[in-house]
Design a protein around this ligand. Structure first.
Ligand code: SAH
Length: 377
């Protein structure tokens, strides 16, 4: 069926659904029932919202209203339990969304230890992280990232961002709020170049789907004006910044956007960022062999982060075809980490998840490249 995107319920907030219900001449409590069906029960079709009278369900369907859930087109399962999903939207565009279970001997997505898994449920995980995409492709030209090779096709709508989460939660049979789910906006795309939809989606995820804001992290390549806007949001995920270099010359080479927003501007925005109680800004640093992985670079990072409430996640490059860098040796990673921790900056080495299925950071391009998907007819 063809419908315009404003007829999709997924992505609408409380006020918008209330509006719609009023226009349909229905009592206002119907809005709550629709919201609960779409976001709490995560129905895929209006027909499944059992609290709505049959006539209303039919009436809405006839007028072209639909939930608008994206479809899971493919699943790739890694040896380490990670699942990479190819998620397709109404126009045939696809993104990748990654499920990373933790607690069965795995490692937490935030670099901390997974903790005691003695009381983990039989299904083998006691918490999980979902990594979601914000755009089809990406416009930021980071030289070590496979997604960058795609360029940007389009922004995702708020409903498409929330829809990825609902699709994966349903596929993994997750009950909220009982089960511990973390969410990272670290998939394909630059969330801060799709700011309004990203913000709307994160609010829906907090207020309607039921994932705490303290369990969500957004990562930006460093869109400085949006970092400043983001600090003013009443509801927001935690902030991570992709630093990836220890001086401007190097950062401009690796991330050309550094020409526009250099380290001075970026770190000024980080310093001004209003942190909540016990919150830290995470700085991600992708280690590239013989490029940015020397002890001297680590010392420069220490200087840059002086006085910031920060932690650093170190990620050894996940390699890929067309990427002109290689992964550093383990000792280099550990020496780099040691410089930071000695200077009092908490630093964690992130183990790659799902490298065998190209699901690790910076690798989200593979499916489209190796398995082109025909748009649905
Ligand atoms: N656009 C956002 C979020 C997506 S990238 C951003 O740039 O932060 C998520 C993280 O993956 C970033 O920290 C990025 O630096 C890292 N990354 C990109 N390519 C990588 C690769 N090939 N290996 C390891 N990490 C990579």
């Amino acid at each position: 069926m063809v419908y315009s995107s404003d007829a999709l319920l997924l992505g609408l907030n409380r006020r918008e659904v209330a509006d719609l219900v009023e226009k349909a001449g229905e009592p206002s409590y119907r809005a709550q029932q629709i919201m609960d069906g779409v976001y709490r029960e995560r129905v895929r079709s209006l027909d499944q919202v059992s609290t709505l009278p049959r006539e209303l369900r039919e009436n809405l369907s006839q007028r072209g209203f639909a939930v608008g859930s994206p479809a899971i087109q493919q699943r790739f399962v890694s040896r380490d339990g990670t699942v990479r999903y190819l998620v397709a939207f109404g126009d045939g565009e696809t993104v990748e969304t990654v499920w990373m279970p933790e607690g069965d001997g795995g490692e937490a997505g935030d670099g901390s230890e997974a903790g005691d898994s003695a009381d983990a449920p039989a299904r083998g995980w006691d918490r999980a992280t979902i990594c979601i995409s914000s755009q089809v492709g990406c416009a930021v030209d980071c030289q070590f990232c496979l997604t960058a090779l795609l360029g940007v096709k389009r922004n995702l709508s708020a409903g498409e961002i929330v829809g990825q989460v609902c699709a994966v939660l349903n596929d993994q049979k997750v009950s909220l709020p009982q089960e511990r789910i973390n969410l990272v906006f670290m998939g394909m795309g630059e969330p801060f170049l799709n700011y309004d939809n990203f913000i709307k989606a994160s609010r829906l995820l907090v207020e309607e789907v039921g994932i705490a804001e303290s369990r969500m992290t957004v990562s930006t390549a460093g869109i400085v004006p949006r970092i400043r806007d983001f600090g003013l949001e009443p509801i927001r995920p935690k902030l991570a910044i992709s630093l990836n270099a220890s001086n401007d010359e190097l950062r401009t080479r690796l991330m050309p956007l550094n020409r526009k927003w250099n380290l001075e501007k970026l770190l000024a925005a980080a310093r001004d960022f209003p942190l909540r109680n016990r919150e830290r800004i995470t700085f991600e640093y992708v280690l590239l062999r013989d490029t940015n992985d020397a002890v001297r670079n680590a010392e420069e990072v220490v200087d840059l982060l002086q006085g910031l409430r920060a932690k650093v996640n170190l990620i050894a490059l996940n390699p890929g075809p067309g990427i002109g860098f290689t992964t550093p040796a383990e000792e280099r990673v550990l020496s780099f980490q040691k410089v930071l921790t000695k200077a009092g900056i908490p630093a964690f080495v992130r183990r790659p998840r799902g490298r065998d299925i190209y699901a690790a950071c910076g690798q989200l391009k593979r499916t489209i490249e190796i398995m082109p998907v025909a748009p649905p007819s």
